[in-house]
Design a protein around this ligand. Structure first.
Ligand code: IMP
Ligand code: MG
Length: 180
């Protein structure tokens, strides 16, 4: 696999599509077992989580529903810390078993803010599934329930993760090459 360049920044291969598929399969199996007969509502945080949420959802072997929200806190390669809910949930979450699906938890501000909004709507239970988790960057008291990969605090792209809207369609995940 080769390096890729976006906006003049060079990224090197980090996690392969095969590794992603394997982890997504195991998380889907775990969720299917835990939520058997509970018809969980899978809430995909757009835009970044859509490939993960889709693969996860399609691998569930129990009945489940899916809904979408759109939040934004990033500009370029930096978190602005200013979380905006651009598109809200239209489904009722009251009394539901909710699994929030994120691409990555970095500072945790996006997720913490969203969980606050969600809890007001009185779900029966809320769990968080994130494909990637940067524990060293975490600034909020938050522990995701399902984690695909725990990674260092470096900027990554691919499989839904973007740099200013680009690179989401890369099948593998790449990390910013900080040597140049
Ligand atoms: P947080 O609020 O700092 O946890 O940031 C979460 C959001 O920032 C994620 O949903 C991503 O959209 C974005 N983000 C965080 N880290 C990265 C990264 O390394 N690459 C691309 N987007 C990222
Ligand atoms: Mg995101």
């Amino acid at each position: 696999m080769k390096t890729v360049t976006y906006n003049g920044l060079c990224f090197k291969p980090f996690i392969t599509s095969e590794q992603i598929a394997e982890r997504v399969g195991s998380i889907a199996a775990e969720i299917s077992e835990t939520y058997e007969g509970k018809n969980p509502l899978i809430v995909c945080v757009l835009n970044g989580a859509f490939p993960f949420a889709s693969d996860l959802f399609m691998n569930l072997t129990t009945d489940a529903e899916i809904a979408f929200v759109r939040l934004q806190s990033y500009s370029g390669t930096e978190s602005t810390g200013n979380v905006r809910q651009v598109v809200g949930l239209s489904e009722s979450v009251k009394g539901r078993n909710v699994v929030v699906v994120e691409d990555i938890i970095d500072t945790g501000r996006t997720m913490a803010r969203f969980l606050e909004d969600l809890k007001v709507q009185e779900p029966a239970d809320v769990k968080v599934a994130t494909l990637l988790f940067k524990p060293d960057a975490l600034q909020m008291p938050l522990q995701p329930d399902y984690v695909g990969f725990t990674i260092p605090s470096k900027f990554i792209i691919g499989y839904g993760l973007d740099l200013d809207g680009k690179a989401r369609n890369l099948k593998d995940i790449y990390v910013l090459n900080q040597e140049n």
